[in-house]
Design a protein around this ligand. Structure first.
Ligand SMILES: [Zn+2]
Length: 255
């Protein structure tokens, strides 16, 4: 039986070396969602694979497979963007790895998600063009959460609907997926304080066009609060901390 061939833009999520010269690669494709395949001779054939099979590389992938459940045969890759500026900088490289890991964890196998694909494309582009690492990370997290059905409720108290700018001390409640006001606190100490200023900036960043993103700068306070909240919320949803976050922490500690 002949295997149908397909061509699609894709990002490398991760890979492992297999045998003497092959690689098993997991791509995040625009048309087919996550795709796992074997790239035979990937470590030898520079002609067919060039430097396409490296973490977060963006390329057009040519593959064939018997059906949706079988391992794809990766026939070749054409690099669209290898992100030289990101790769030249450790902080940028680790941030890109974190975005890739999140995209991986928040998408299901074989399920097409072109919105998440475009998000990744836009935000790796921002990183490549030198956008702030923390801003890029926070707004990526926020938008990915929204696309994945976990849009955090920041506009108003999730219990009594008081608007955020009328709340004295808002607390972010990961279990409820939004902020609570002090009236609805009910002695529950689990929330993380978040100021109205931080909420305002996050709400702007949720909907602003990507081209205008570089104008959006988070204050030190907004950086600290949003970092803590997203970290906690993502950990809560995934049930564990993303692996690349630890490396990112170590790098920030060095800086
Ligand atoms: Zn309330």
């Amino acid at each position: 039986m002949k295997r149908p061939s397909h061509k699609t833009p894709a990002f490398v999520l991760h890979f492992l070396n297999y045998g003497e010269s092959d690689r098993i690669v997991t791509f995040f494709t625009r048309e087919f969602g996550k795709l796992k395949g074997i790239a035979k001779g990937a470590r030898r054939s520079r002609k067919r694979f060039c430097n396409a099979i490296e973490p977060f590389s963006h390329s057009t992938v040519l593959f064939s497979r018997r059906d949706e459940n079988s391992l794809a045969i990766i026939e070749g890759c054409d690099v669209i963007n290898h992100y030289p500026q990101i790769r030249a900088d450790l902080g940028r490289t680790m941030t890109a790895s974190y975005l890739i890991e999140l995209a991986d964890r928040f998408t299901a196998e074989g399920k097409r998600s072109s919105a998440t694909f475009h998000l990744l494309d836009n935000f790796l582009g921002l990183l490549e063009r030198g956008n702030g690492l923390e801003e890029t990370t926070r707004f990526f997290e926020l938008r990915l959460l929204k696309l994945s059905g976990y849009d955090p409720v920041l506009e108003r108290c999730i219990l009594c609907n008081t608007p955020f700018d009328k709340i004295d001390t808002a607390l972010f409640d990961a279990a409820r997926g939004g902020i609570r006001c002090s009236q609805c606190d009910m002695g529950n100490q689990n929330g993380i304080p978040i100021s109205a200023g931080t909420i305002k900036t996050l709400l702007m960043g949720k909907n602003i066009e990507t081209d205008r993103m570089p104008r959006l700068i988070l204050s030190d306070n907004a950086l600290r609060e949003s970092r803590q909240i997203f970290r906690h919320f993502i950990h809560y949803i995934l049930g564990k901390e993303p692996k690349s976050l630890r490396v990112l922490d170590e790098i920030s500690g060095m800086g």
